[in-house]
Design a binder for this molecule. Structure first.
Ligand code: SF4
Length: 252
């Protein structure tokens, strides 16, 4: 895998690669239906995991928006399946609302979300997040701002942007470890590039379209899990512009 400062592409070429990369990933993995809403699993338009492939709109129901906010914290440093289990427990306990989170005793809340790991910390984060939502009236009124979310203890840029994009349809590109790794492997950025620079590269290269950003981020995650892993499976990879691809094509 090629990573290095000397191989970085100029910005215009990077934009061109990012625009075509979306088509390649979408052809390979199809619509991802993010962000899953377990409380709607099996309902019309949602599959058994709460995914909604083909429908890129943010949820219209306030309770679903808050489930996405909860899920974005619960999935920090753990697989979605563990976060989903914790979220399902909150739903079963009738606590998947700002009031439900705030009225739960800290130890009780931590126990309900145990499957997601770091449960004491996450219980504290959920209470802080719920306080912002209640103060803002964010479920029925205006969404929290990025600054408000970043002011919540334990909520960083990736989590804040996930909430803004997937719960409220704000056109902000979500950057995660899969994104950073893939872009470095494509020689578009450095492996240690900052969050803001990576986000800006996407946002400057693509139309400001929340639906596109939601699908693109989910596709990068799908690719990072199935092929572009820590030890990548490059044989047969559809990303032909990648220097590590044995069938690498000329760059646009
Ligand atoms: S899996 Fe694909 S994108 Fe990732 S390093 Fe290998 S060829 Fe590149």
């Amino acid at each position: 895998v090629t990573q290095g400062r000397a191989r970085r592409l100029p910005e215009a070429a990077a934009g061109s690669v990012l625009a075509s990369l979306y088509d390649v990933l979408f052809r390979e993995y199809g619509p991802q239906g993010w962000w899953p809403v377990p409380g709607r699993a099996g309902h019309h338009g949602f599959d058994r995991g709460g995914y909604h492939p083909g429908d890129r709109r943010p949820p219209s129901r306030p309770s679903e928006r808050f489930q996405i906010a909860l899920g974005s914290v619960l999935t920090q440093n753990t697989a979605w399946t563990n976060a989903e289990q914790a979220l399902t427990r909150l739903l079963q306990e009738g606590a998947a609302s700002p009031q439900g989170i705030l009225s739960a005793r800290p130890g009780e809340l931590a126990r309900w979300i145990r499957s997601s790991g770091y449960y004491n910390q996450k219980a504290r984060k959920l209470k802080s997040l719920a306080a912002v939502f209640r103060r803002r009236g964010a479920l029925s009124g205006s969404p929290p701002t990025r600054e408000e979310l970043l002011g919540v203890w334990g909520i960083g840029e990736e989590t804040a942007d996930s909430i803004l994009l997937y719960a409220y349809g704000k056109p902000v590109f979500v950057v995660d470890a899969y994104t950073r790794r893939l872009l470095a492997r494509l020689c578009l950025t450095q492996p240690d590039e900052g969050y803001g620079a990576l986000q800006e590269l996407f946002q400057a290269s693509l139309p400001r379209d929340a639906g596109l950003y939601s699908e693109y981020h989910a596709l990068i995650v799908a690719h990072g899990k199935s092929r572009c892993r820590a030890r990548p499976l490059c044989g047969g990879c559809p990303v032909r512009v990648c220097p590590s691809n044995p069938n690498a094509a000329d760059r646009p």
